[in-house]
Each structure stands twice: as structure tokens, then as C-alpha cells.
Write a protein that binds this ligand. Structure first.
Ligand code: SF4
Ligand code: SF4
Length: 325
């Protein structure tokens, strides 16, 4: 994918009084596991450290983007609801997982996976009440997303958040009709949870060098929603589609990121050695340029239809390497 008209990373918004580094808040360099702390997405929470930049980001939008955002945030008022008094008994967790995934697809899910919640999946000011997470991913319209980092792609991001949130809302409602609790989470602004680690553990995809999930079906050209529930279901396992093998040698996102926020080296973040995007470099550019997303769209995995063949090629290469040793 070719980029057009990419604003340079100079003249970005500056704080009169700089907040504590977002990298410190995120736990960059920390080798001990801990729960994440709030940092940026701060709708209605001006006390969050980078709330000022978040407010700038929210105001720096076109009417079309704001309209899409308002529409789905209005729909998210239905995230929770009454649970049916009669509870369906679950005797076969595997069968229930199959049923839930079928329902998710029926409601419009692109990809769906199930995992358990662990402590580090929610922010440190939240008490997570649910044991299971159902993760949903829906693609964005590529013909709009090739316009990153501009208003056209940003409007599509908001539309896609609405679409994937709708699936979560409907599925949560279905689960509640079975007599089990369920809550639908939408975009990062409205959530208390970290959707990417959940989606990775639920087998939707792998973490890329650009800090986003990469799926076989849609690359990084997708948006996530999550349903938290106590409905007993068999869990999925993380998958290996060859992302690590490609990221080890590819530098497309690293070189195309205007503020140079993506590192070619994995780093320690809250007790995990993984890819990490420099928050302090990325977020000012992201906020001044419609949520950017250049790194997600230039990634080879995001070329429509390319994921399955890319994965087969990478895994085949790995196998051949193994057998020749
Ligand atoms: S652009 Fe290349 S290095 Fe970056 S996430 Fe995609 S495959 Fe990995
Ligand atoms: S969104 Fe991606 S490409 Fe854009 S500034 Fe952040 S890391 Fe760089």
C-alpha cells in the first residue's frame, strides 16, 4: 500500500506542563508483572495523566467522525441489561462455545474467540466481575482505510467500532436471555479492559511489531469488541500464523511511522518481553492526525486476502528450516 500526503511529525501539540511519561505509566522497562494504569482514553475523566491530549484528539475531528462516534456511543448504552430469571443449565462447555460462536457470526462477527479474564486484562482501578471474555473482530473498509492518516479513514474507524459494538451488544443480550450475565465492551474509550491481549489469547491473532493485533483474516485492518460473561464455555488457545517470523525481518511499520515510535527490538513492559510502541512519540502524532493508523494499514498482513497465503508461506519456510537442521 502506498501512502499519500502524510503530515510530518513536527509542530505537534505540546503540553504547557508535560505530564509524566506515558511509557512510565505503561511500565516500560519493568520486569515484574502488574496491572495496567489508565493513561490516555479519558472520556469524562480529566484526572487521567494524558487527558488534555485526549481532549484535543476528540475535538480535532470532522462532523462526520463525531457523528459516527456519537451513534455508536449511544448504542453502547445497551451494554448491560436484565438477565433472564430462568438459567439454562450448561452440561457441555464445548457445545456452548460452538453455539456462542455461531450466534456471533449470525450477528455479523468477522472473527470470534473465547478466553478467560486474568487480572492484568483490566485497569488497576477496576474490579473485573466476569470469568470469561468473548472477543470479536470486524474488518474495516479498506478503500477508506487507504486514506490514513486523514478524516476519511478516521470516520471509517468510528463506523467499524459501531459495527463491531453492535455484534457485542446483540450477543450479550442473547447470553442474558439464557439466564447468564453478560456485558458488551466497545472501543477503548468506553472500556475498562485491554482488548488486544484478550483477543490474542482467544486465538484471534498475534501481536505485531506495531503493537496491534494481526489476524490471518484481516491483518490489522480490523476493530475489536469484547463480551464479558459468566456463561461457562470452552476456551480457545492462542494461534501461531507466523507473525513473529515476518516481524523479525520486516521494517515497513518502523520506517513509515512519522514520529518514529516503533522499535525493532522487543522490550520489557510490565513483566512481559514484547513489541512496544513508544507512547510519548506516537500519541501526540495520533492525536493531531485523526488517530493515524498508518502502521496498521501499511502492514503486509492488512492487504485484503493476503493473510492465509502469507501465513502458509511463513510456516512452510519455518518447517523447511527445521527439517534441514
Ligand atoms: S509492518 Fe512488518 S514489522 Fe510491522 S507489524 Fe507488519 S509485518 Fe510486522
Ligand atoms: S499510530 Fe502507528 S504509525 Fe501512527 S504514530 Fe502511532 S505508531 Fe506511528
Amino acid at each position: 500500500m502506498k501512502l499519500h500526503d502524510v503530515p510530518p511529525a513536527d509542530n505537534l501539540p505540546k503540553f504547557q506542563q508535560a505530564p509524566i511519561s506515558g511509557n512510565d505509566i505503561n511500565g516500560l522497562g519493568e520486569t515484574e508483572k502488574r496491572r495496567p494504569s489508565r493513561v490516555f482514553h479519558a472520556l469524562g475523566r480529566p484526572d487521567f495523566p494524558w487527558a488534555g491530549l485526549n481532549a484535543f484528539f476528540l475535538m480535532n475531528n470532522t462532523a462526520g467522525i463525531v457523528w459516527e462516534a456519537i451513534k455508536y456511543r449511544w448504542r453502547l448504552r445497551n451494554s448491560a441489561g436484565p438477565v433472564a430469571k430462568q438459567q439454562v443449565e450448561i452440561t457441555d462447555k464445548r457445545q456452548m462455545a460452538v453455539r456462542i460462536k455461531e450466534k456471533a457470526k449470525e450477528f455479523g462477527a468477522g472473527v470470534v474467540g473465547i478466553t478467560e479474564f486474568i487480572e492484568t486484562d483490566s485497569y488497576n482501578d477496576i474490579d473485573n466481575r466476569f470469568p470469561y471474555a468473548i472477543c470479536i473482530g470486524n474488518p474495516m473498509r479498506r478503500e477508506e482505510m487507504v486514506h490514513v492518516p486523514h478524516a476519511r479513514s478516521a470516520q471509517e474507524v468510528q463506523r467499524a467500532y459501531g459495527e463491531v459494538a453492535d455484534v457485542a451488544i446483540e450477543l450479550a443480550e442473547y447470553i442474558r436471555s439464557l439466564g447468564w450475565a453478560a456485558y458488551a465492551y466497545g472501543d477503548p474509550r468506553s472500556t475498562e479492559i485491554l482488548q488486544i491481549p484478550l483477543a490474542i489469547r482467544s486465538g484471534l491473532g498475534e501481536l505485531g511489531k506495531h503493537g496491534s493485533i494481526i489476524t490471518k483474516e484481516f491483518g490489522s485492518n480490523l476493530r475489536l469488541s469484547t463480551i464479558a460473561s459468566n456463561l461457562p464455555m470452552q476456551m480457545d488457545q492462542p494461534i501461531d500464523i507466523g507473525v513473529e517470523d515476518l516481524c523479525a525481518g520486516c521494517r515497513r511499520c518502523t520506517t513509515d511511522c512519522p514520529p518514529g515510535a516503533i522499535s525493532d527490538e522487543k522490550q520489557w513492559v510490565r513483566g512481559e518481553h514484547r513489541w512496544y510502541v513508544n507512547f510519548d512519540k506516537c500519541v501526540p502524532y495520533f492525536s493531531a492526525n485523526f488517530g493515524c493508523a498508518i502502521c496498521q494499514e501499511v502492514c503486509p498482513w492488512s492487504e485484503p486476502g493476503r493473510g492465509p497465503s502469507l501465513s502458509a508461506k511463513l510456516l512452510g519456510k519455518r518447517d523447511r528450516k527445521k527439517t534441514s537442521h
